[in-house]
Design a protein around this ligand. Structure first.
Ligand SMILES: Cc1ncc(COP(=O)(O)O)c(C=O)c1O
Length: 429
């Protein structure tokens, strides 16, 4: 039977621009948008052409359940090879013996770990969202807090740093099943050994969520959470520069069944095999020598931007950074995060408003801005350009402080300088 009556013309042959001009146009405009601005959103990066390509491959069509060699569906030999490669590369890159590469997102990876090591109602100790933790670490709006009894540690009011003695005390007092280290807006290196001591003091397993700094760990620019952590989770799309999704990593063979079963069938059904393949490609890229240089450059750029912002009078939570991200406390400038991010966007600098620890501002405005340099570093911006970005941020925010006319003028002037600054650094053709 001919497929003419079943499939629209060009089903197997035509590209998106012919089939769906609306979506094709949005993608083209997104490409132009990212070409002309400086992206400083900490959870973004720019994947390689190869990582992009594999996500549009025929692997998107394949359905399996289970793990390589133990699938519930036939025809899995090619995707088995793909998933095995992803697992093997993840283990080699991060120096561990087990990996699950199926989680669709960082949140699902964290939920899977919670269900692997704790029973509903058990106590979990994690960083407060208000101190820089993540939603999936037991925030009141997140499902994790409905399943488990979360107790939170914060950061010290005077220096924005974790008080490890306080974490030990909370662990002793509450005896959690799991202690979670890591967050979305904590810029300094975590003391993994201190977290291990706290976990041991409370009889807990230790999970390190290294979503933001995984690329630095991979490239040797940040200490590894292993051997201190029992389990490590990470998203794959931030400094690790892969597709959207996540990994769970660990060493103890006793955790293999609980974690694998918590991912599937616990949290998820079928894996996205085109994404698993893209993870494999990105992990392969991260094993190359160039990635070590990239990780060093990310850290150097982050520190350069932090130092320049401090030099221009901004307070940084935690006093600086050891990771790709930093958190600017805008209270001294009398600005809020929302208006600042909007003004920066008009000037071509893309960042997100963020609460600072114990933020008193309302949630729609916030008192902080979060910047990350993983994407800008991939694009090729080096220390000189990143310092110039710090100056441009300062100019835009100074304009905002002076009032609407000065703000509009600063935005326009900076927008032109941003275009000049990024023009020598093209990405995809
Ligand atoms: C520390 C941390 N963990 C987990 C996640 C969740 O990732 P996802 O948005 O993929 O669920 C994030 C996201 O930014 C994060 O910062």
């Amino acid at each position: 039977m001919s497929t003419d009556a079943l499939l629209h013309p060009g089903y197997f042959s035509d590209g998106l621009d012919r089939i769906d001009p609306l979506i094709a146009d949005a993608i083209a405009r997104e490409k132009r948008r990212t070409r002309d601005v400086i992206e400083l959103i900490a959870s973004e990066n720019i994947v390689s052409r190869a990582v992009l390509e594999v996500q549009g491959s025929v692997l998107t069509n394949k359905t399996v359940e289970g793990l390589p060699g133990k699938r519930y569906h036939a025809g899995a030999e090619n995707v088995d090879a793909v998933e095995r490669a992803a697992i093997e590369r993840a283990c080699r890159l991060f120096g561990c013996s087990h990996a699950n590469v199926q989680p669709h997102s960082g949140s699902q990876a964290n939920h899977a770990v919670l269900h692997a090591v704790a029973e509903p109602g058990d106590t979990v100790l994690s960083m407060d969202l208000n101190a820089g933790g993540h939603l999936s670490h037991g925030a009141s709006a997140n499902a994790s807090s409905r399943w488990f009894r979360f107790v939170h540690y914060g950061v010290r009011a005077d220096d924005g740093l974790i008080d490890y003695d306080a974490v030990v005390d909370l662990a002793r007092q509450h005896r959690p099943k799991l202690l979670i280290a890591g967050g979305s807006a904590y810029p300094r290196a975590l003391d993994f050994a201190a977290f291990r001591r706290a976990a041991d003091a409370g009889g807990a397993r230790l999970l390190v969520d290294m979503a933001h700094f995984a690329g630095l760990v991979a490239g040797g620019a940040h200490p590894s959470p292993f051997p201190h952590a029992d389990i490590v989770t990470t998203t794959t799309y931030k400094s690790l520069r892969g597709p959207r999704g996540a990994l769970v990593l660990w060493n103890d063979p006793a955790l293999r069944k609980p974690i694998d079963r918590a991912v599937f069938p616990g949290m998820q059904g079928t894996p996205s095999l085109h994404i698993v393949a893209a993870k494999a490609v990105a992990l392969g890229e991260a094993l190359r020598p160039e990635f070590r240089a990239y990780a060093q450059a990310v850290l150097a750029n982050a520190r350069a931007l932090a130092a320049r912002l401090q030099g221009r009078g901004f307070d940084l939570v935690g006093g600086g950074t050891d990771t790709p991200l930093m958190l600017v406390d805008l209270r001294r400038q009398g600005l809020d995060g929302a208006l600042s991010a909007q003004s920066l966007e008009r000037a071509g600098i893309i960042a997100n408003m963020n609460p600072i620890p114990s933020d008193a501002a309302d949630l729609q405005r916030m008192s902080g801005l979060r910047f990350g340099v993983s994407g800008a570093t991939t694009r090729g911006l080096g220390r000189r350009e990143i310092e110039a970005v710090g100056d441009l941020v300062a100019e835009v925010l100074a304009g905002l402080q002076r009032g609407p006319d000065a703000s509009a003028a600063a935005e326009e002037a900076v927008r032109r300088r941003v275009a000049e600054l990024v023009a020598p650094y093209p990405t995809y053709r």
